[in-house]
Design a binder for this molecule. Structure first.
Ligand code: F6P
Length: 344
């Protein structure tokens, strides 16, 4: 009998999702003669039985496409998402009905930390699942990389490059706020790649006075232009979006003309980088192979450039943050980059 699988994409979108869908589906169809279905809008599609068949021709020509052809949502099937939402017990009944009526062997859940947690919950109630880690934030525990991250870093780096030229023309301090949730991976990588002078990440406590003194020192050394890269997750008294707050403080304290840019969703849009296309394709292919081997309830993971898998129980509920001993921090510090604590 032909084996049947479902695919869903959940959580915030990112470049490379379609490449991963294609990687799973093509391998499942071409190599293993399986039948593939795509659920629309993340776990919502599983609850509402909202799906579409994904024959090979449907996943052709989507490799370079940004976003996800399946759509996504932040639906958490094991939670009441809002007061009018169905209760989790009812949602579970619906999910089981969908899976039984289609006769699915497994559901591939492509997503970030939240998705891995939900996939783990599904596995706990007896639904075979495979997790595939994606997110621009790169904060999924147990894998060296998530696809989407490389593309986001490219976009941020390009933005920082552009801010450099306008900052140089006006002799200004430029603050750029990038995404990353509670992790500083995007800020650290794009800050380093873009030659940021100050990089503030949630994992390292900063003192705004230290930052301002550092900028004044640069100004006194005939460097009136500085780029300050700020991760959205740093503490600032505001829940998110600390960029405008940091820019205001800098201008007030230093008297140096300061502007801010909040990069926002541009970081999640558009075509994936070649690195992300390859990673997503490798992840997708491996997910299909795991299903062929009936190895379920694991997350596909990259370790030292080798694709393998780890139990979902290991990654669920954990987050990968930048360690204080991260080599990239040390590298940047050696070059004089200020992280807002002690600066050279
Ligand atoms: O997880 C990806 C991400 O883009 C984070 O960097 C950001 O904090 C969050 O999603 C934004 O979420 P939403 O799409 O729900 O506004």
């Amino acid at each position: 009998m032909k084996r049947k699988i479902g695919i869903l994409t959940a959580g915030g979108d990112c470049p490379g999702l379609n490449a991963a869908i294609r990687g799973v589906a093509k391998t499942a169809i071409v190599e293993y003669n399986m039948e593939v279905f795509g659920f629309k809008g993340g776990f919502k599609g599983l609850i509402d039985a909202d799906y579409m068949p994904l024959p090979e021709e449907k996943v052709s020509g989507i490799l370079t496409l940004g976003g996800t052809i399946l759509g996504t949502s932040r639906e958490k099937p094991f939670k009441k998402n809002h007061p009018f939402d169905d209760d989790p017990e009812h949602k579970m009944k619906c999910i089981n009905k969908t899976i039984d009526s289609l006769g699915l062997d497994c559901v591939v859940c492509i997503g970030g930390n939240g998705t891995m947690k939900n996939a783990y919950h599904l596995s706990q109630v007896g639904i075979p699942v495979i997790g595939v880690p994606k997110t621009i934030d790169n904060d999924v525990w147990g894998t060296d990389a998530t696809f989407g991250f490389d593309s986001a870093v490219e976009i941020c780096t390009d933005a920082i490059d552009r801010l450099h030229t306008t900052a140089n023309s006006h002799n200004r301090i430029m603050v750029i706020e990038v995404m990353g949730h509670d992790a500083g991976w995007i800020a650290l990588h794009s800050g380093l790649a873009g030659g940021g002078d100050v990089i503030l990440i949630p994992e390292l406590e900063y003192d705004i006075n230290v930052v301002c003194k550092y900028l004044l020192k640069r100004n006194a050394a005939d460097k009136p232009v500085s780029i300050v890269v700020v991760a959205e997750g740093i503490k600032s008294g505001k829940k998110r979006s600390p960029g405008p707050y940091i820019a205001k403080k800098i201008q007030e304290y230093t008297g140096l003309e300061t502007r801010e840019t909040v990069l926002g969703y541009i970081q999640r849009g558009g075509t994936p980088s070649s690195t992300d296309r390859i990673l997503a394709t490798r992840y997708g292919r491996f997910a299909a192979e795991l299903i062929a081997q009936k190895k379920y309830n694991v997350m596909v993971a990259l370790n030292n450039n080798i694709i393998g898998s780890i139990p979902l129980s290991e990654t669920a509920g954990k987050v990968s943050l930048v360690g204080a001993d991260c080599r990239l921090i040390k590298t940047a510090q050696s070059l004089g980059v200020c992280f807002g604590n002690t600066c050279k």
